[in-house]
Design a binder for this molecule. Sequence first.
Ligand code: RIB
Length: 307
Amino acid sequence: MTGIVVLGSTNMDLVAYVERAPARGETVTGRSFRTIPGGKGANQAVAAARAGGRVAMIGAVGSDDFGPRLRTVLEDCGVGTDLLRTVEGPSGTAHIVVDDEGGNAIVVVPGANAAVTSLGHGDEALIAAADLLLLQLELPLSVVTEGAVHARRRGVRTVLTPAPARQLPPELLDATDLLVPNEHEAAALTGRADPRAAALALLDSVPEVVVTLGAAGCLYAARGAEPLTVPAPRVRAVDTTAAGDTFAGALAVAVGEGRPMPEALAWAGTAAALSVRREGASTSMPYRTEIDTAFGAEADRAASAGS
Ligand code: RIB
């Protein structure tokens, strides 16, 4: 089984479900409210573990009531948490509004995540022993960069989701093997709204790029090859929160299993499509059997459409 380490955030998601998100200065009445364990790092760890990966997480929870719940959701799906610190103060929180079309708007307050400023010897050893390191941008940029550089030196493959979007230091890009932005993040990084143009521009900095395109699937670009578009299964979206994290976690598993990239992307896209049919972040992520079943059904549908 692939050894995956996630260096990333944990947040308690405070989610209000509304018909439509309020405009500035406006108050709307919500339908319901849930607290759901999330955070881009923890989401990717849960997604990868449910997809069949052997996963451990480096990060932090707070000493508040949310901390134990955030830890438990990881442990319940077998994610190693020995290097998940508990720090004095509040856990990270994400304040999320989900509208009736499944779209969302999110404010993240880092809390304990901000305390993960550097790696210890244990963190370094864990990363060095992994096959693949998953990173996002909800921990301080300094430690994300440190983790990627350390992984690169030890020959560990690095996969970076550049979210929330911000400019990336050259050392981080130099240490990234596969960059997985969504189309907005790709545009923010390159100044190019067209995903294909953005992906090609990003190849100046990293060897491989996957731009996720929501319901339209994803676009894969690698140096020296023609870009490839991989469609996603059609589903009715209830909540798109963490679809990108589900994709990244499942992709890490498929890549680690040595599947050819087009197949790995389609399988990860199936996992992401399954996740948007359910509410929440960690609550929405599919298990491997569900992904395999839906992936097989999609392949059958494509075959009969082509025959
Ligand atoms: O990517 C989705 C995640 O972003 C949510 O779970 C929330 O915690 C925010 O970090």
